[in-house]
Design a protein around this ligand. Structure first.
Ligand code: FAD
Length: 412
């Protein structure tokens, strides 16, 4: 009998996994489920507030991204019966499976922060982390004529941890372009003790904020967004006033994970082996992308690199072979820095971003602003729809982090 593989979520991870499995395990019956039919190219959300992209550029139908022979179902997921090997859909129907892949990403939970959805929401308080928010923010920025703009990450983990910094660099460029930069005070407010999590990149990015006159407020744990008084209030009583606040809300896993005993952690992220991508709850359950509780960035690049390992491991599982512990935490991010430049970082679980070149000694510069990296960032959208989602290999780019072009510290 053909194996039944059920993939929950038709975003980056679910789509590329389904398309790769179609080739790797051609006899399998593959079903992909998602609650809506709008596949958003999420890195494009960064550009929407500045009028550099709009919904038509970054949204495509989900079903059309899946290869022939893959079944696409549009429904919300209610819960998973792990032992019975069924997925219960919101419409009451059941999906049986031999192998389950959880690819339902992470969700924004702004309601977790006091006041965030209250006075000022979508008027003076916005997020660019979803399409509605990014579109509304574009209008607000267009009308903004001067004052205090505050960019705040409420808590980690978040998708693409560099995106709020990119927003700071772009908004600095945007106000320069409009000729009103001298009338705008920019502040980046983070719960971290520096601009970023990784020390070398954090120092560099912190320096770049300072060069641009963007104030950095660290170790700020936002307890309340007080829209009436137009200020962020931390749990320890500090306040940051604003005229326009751009908030990255708290993230969690999908709600149904919490209704599926044993599958998730306290934030509804799936407890997953960081190297094999097998879930702790059962050997036939796997997770990919933002849905997994891995110590890796929640990023499309991570999801892409995981996909190759995941598909090989599902094929091994179906053949009764041991799984390869092959995923090394490889992440690769272009960081848009404004003025038509970008930086590139490449790292994994054990190696923090260092300088050098990617993917080898000749290539894009690492940890350095360049026009080449900006072009890379723009071209990535084409790669996303035409190579990454269809499950094609990208020449010279492998799941394993390359070391050839990197200036790595000498081991002591
Ligand atoms: C502003 C922004 C900028 C970003 N920039 C970059 C970047 O430059 N580079 C980069 O690598 N990454 C970037 N990312 C992150 C990247 O988009 C995500 O990490 C990636 O899409 C994760 O893929 P995924 O498959 O895990 O989740 P997703 O692509 O989010 O897919 C999850 C899917 O699950 C579905 N789903 C969820 N719950 C249910 C349910 N109960 N029932 C049915 N379906 C459900 C959703 O509808 C969705 O389609 C950015 C993200 C944002 C928000």
């Amino acid at each position: 009998m053909a194996a039944q593989i059920c993939i929950l979520g038709a975003g980056t991870g679910g789509t590329l996994t389904a398309n790769r499995l179609r080739k790797a395990v051609p006899d399998a019956l593959i079903t992909v489920v998602d609650e809506n039919d709008q596949h958003v190219y999420q890195p494009g959300l960064l550009f929407v507030p500045f009028g550099l992209a709009d919904a038509e550029d970054i949204v495509r139908p989900r079903g059309k991204q899946l290869h022939q022979g893959i079944t696409y179902l549009q429904s919300a997921i209610d819960h998973v019966d792990i032992d019975g090997q069924h997925v219960h859909l919101a419409d009451g129907s059941l999906l049986d499976h031999d192998v389950l892949v959880v690819a339902t990403g992470s969700r924004l939970v702004p309601e977790e922060t006091e006041g965030l959805l209250g006075a000022g929401w979508m008027d003076t308080v916005f997020t660019f982390y979803d399409l509605n928010g990014a579109t509304a923010l574009a209008r607000a920025l267009d009308e903004f004529d001067g004052g205090r703009v505050v960019v705040n990450v409420v808590d980690l983990p978040i998708k693409c941890p560099v995106a709020p910094l990119e927003f700071c660099f772009l908004v600095d460029w945007y106000f320069h372009e409009r000729g009103i930069r001298d009338r705008v005070e920019l502040t980046y407010v983070t719960p971290l003790d520096g601009a970023f999590t990784k020390p070398i990149a954090s120092k560099q990015l912190g320096g770049m904020l300072a060069e641009r006159g963007i104030e950095l407020v660290t170790e700020f744990n936002t307890g309340e967004v007080d829209g009436d008084r137009a200020r962020l209030v931390s749990y320890d009583g500090r306040e940051v006033p604003f005229d326009l606040a751009v908030i990255v809300p708290v993230h969690s896993g999908a709600e149904y994970v919490g209704r599926s005993p044993g599958l998730g952690d306290s934030l509804d992220f799936v407890v997953t082996d960081p190297h094999t991508l097998q879930a702790a709850v059962a050997p036939n359950v796997f997770a990919i992308g933002d849905a997994a509780n891995l110590p890796a960035s929640k990023a499309g690049s991570v999801t892409h690199f995981e996909g190759e390992v995941l598909v090989a491991n599902i094929a091994s599982f179906l053949d009764g072979e041991p799984l390869e512990s092959a995923y090394d935490g490889h992440a690769n991010c272009f960081i848009e820095t404004g003025f038509h430049k970008a930086m590139l970082i490449d790292f994994n679980y054990d190696t923090e971003p260092v300088d050098g070149h990617f993917p080898t000694v000749v290539g894009a510069p690492l940890l350095k602003e360049s026009r080449l990296n900006h072009l890379g960032k723009l071209m990535f959208q084409w790669f996303y729809w035409h190579a990454l989602l269809p499950g094609r290999d990208i020449p010279g780019v492998s799941p394993e982090m390359p070391t050839a072009g990197k200036h790595l510290p000498t081991p002591s």
